[in-house]
Design a protein around this ligand. Sequence first.
Ligand code: NAD
Ligand code: UDP
Length: 312
Amino acid sequence: MTRKKVLVTGGAGFVGSHLCDRLLKEDNEVFCLDNFFTGQKKNIVHLLDNPFFELIRHDVTAPFFIEADEIYNLACPASPIHYQYNAIKTMKTSVMGAINMLGLAKRIKAKILQASTSEVYGDPLVHPQSESYWGHVNPIGERSCYDEGKRSAETLFVNYHKQNQVKIKIIRIFNTYGPRMHPNDGRVVSNFIVQALQNNDITIYGEGQQTRSFQYVDDLVEGMVGMMASPDSFTGPVNIGNPNEFTILELAEKIIQLTGSKSSIINQPLPPDDPMMRQPDISLAKKELSWHPKIELEEGLEKTIAYFRKVI
Ligand code: NAD
Ligand code: UDP
């Protein structure tokens, strides 16, 4: 049997490690590349004995050469506290990482998928967000290193496709949660679960009336693999997310209920440019990929809470 060779950048991170698991289950050979900025060896340690798994410490801002059939480009910190820690580095990771991985894809004729984000829509003026919406992003704001980095990466992908016929795939991922998020990741689901399990105050930024639509990680991985397998003519961008929308206050109350926590809810200042609402329109993914999310919030939270009970 010929195994496909698949490169996953950011493979030791939260989403990347689940993707590596899935690709190995399907008998691929997986090269997991990571600089361990936010990734953890713990996420992939169970794969190290697998002869078809290779771990490579590398930073995508530097060129990298390997023979592969497919590339999933996930390398980039995703949590606001981590991507704002070194904003210039975040932008370099998105832009130079895209150039290096697209250059590699061009040279070795690999198909390449970009993990883009709902953040390309910024603080949206259109609701729900469909792929045709151009977004509402502050180019000099706190989030711009991430948002504009990802928007630039999309531009690079589209132009490598037009100019060099590179086979590209772009997915716009909406808020995703699940086991293997770092306990100090700083994103809302992991923060609230860790706070609830430790009976600490639950920190709602602002009044908690802002909304997000939360997707369980297994649904995202299914969408990623489905997108990679779709016909070459379908490049995206395509939204991959769960349209069920909740306020942040509702999320906090649900997590308190599911953990049986004694935590109280406290309010802290809302960070600048924090989007007020976010919900994916997934008609395109349904039509082109026959994909839709299957795991609803309560079920996904229960699995995630069980994971955090073990690690903290
Ligand atoms: P994560 O921070 O857990 O994973 C990112 C991984 O990339 C980490 O392992 C990190 O060490 C690695 N990395 C960062 N900079 C690198 C560099 N310069 N070179 C090599 N490796 C580098 O985040 P995640 O939630 O797993 O996100 C994975 C991808 O999906 C990211 O590109 C993110 O922008 C995108 N995404 C995620 C979400 C979400 O809700 N999880 C939403 C939208 C988009
Ligand atoms: N948030 C919050 N408390 C926290 C962490 C986040 O109220 O401890 C809010 C945050 O202000 C935002 C929402 O939850 O409105 C989602 O934040 P996250 O960082 O998870 O994702 P993003 O803002 O990038 O969608």
